[in-house]
Structure formats: C-alpha cells, structure tokens
Design a protein around this ligand. Structure first.
Ligand code: FES
Length: 98
C-alpha cells in the first residue's frame, strides 16, 4: 500500500508508504530539490503540487505562516513546503514541481 511520488523536474518517481516525508522521498530519490532550514522557516523548499494534494498531510501552522510571507500574490493554492509535508494516504499519485 504505497503512493507514487513523482518529482517532475528531475524525471524521478518513487513509491512510498504513508508516513514518509517528502524530505525522505527527495533524499531517497536523488532529486535536486533544494532545502534550507528543513524546519518550515525559510521557504527555500517551496514546491507546487501538480496532482495529489489529497494524499498529503494538511498545511501546518509553520507552513501557512511562511507561505503567507513568501507568496505575496505569487503562489497558487497548490504551493507547499516540501520539508513540512508527509504522505498520508496510500494508493495515490503525487506530482511535485519545483
Ligand atoms: S527548507 Fe526551509 S522551509 Fe523548507
């Protein structure tokens, strides 16, 4: 029971179990998606969820605060912080663009 995570920019895909963080996925896949603080504070890891938002954990307070600061009129509702997301549900596809 896994969910497929695709990182579009890097042409990478990996199947992971619920509970895996996107940070784990990025590191396991060899993606070049950049991270800074890894703690939901700097915004370096902002990505767009092209597909599969419903398979991810909801935005937490840190994520909402940083997205509000860095996305002034520029990000869509699909913007997320890669360091704050987890896969929550199996049997899905999550497509990420950075
Ligand atoms: S790496 Fe800093 S907010 Fe994600």
């Amino acid at each position: 029971m896994t969910t497929r995570v695709e990182i579009i920019n890097d042409f990478l895909a990996i199947n992971v179990k619920p509970g895996a963080t996107i940070q784990d996925v990025v590191e396991a896949s060899g993606s070049a998606l950049p991270f800074g603080c890894r703690d939901g504070q700097c915004g370096t890891c902002v990505v767009e969820i092209v597909q599969g938002m419903e398979f991810l954990s909801p935005k937490n307070a840190k994520e909402l605060k940083v997205l509000k600061e860095i996305c002034v009129g520029t990000c869509s509702d699909k913007a997320r912080l890669a360091c704050q997301m987890k896969i929550e549900k199996p049997n899905g596809v999550v497509r990420i663009k950075y």
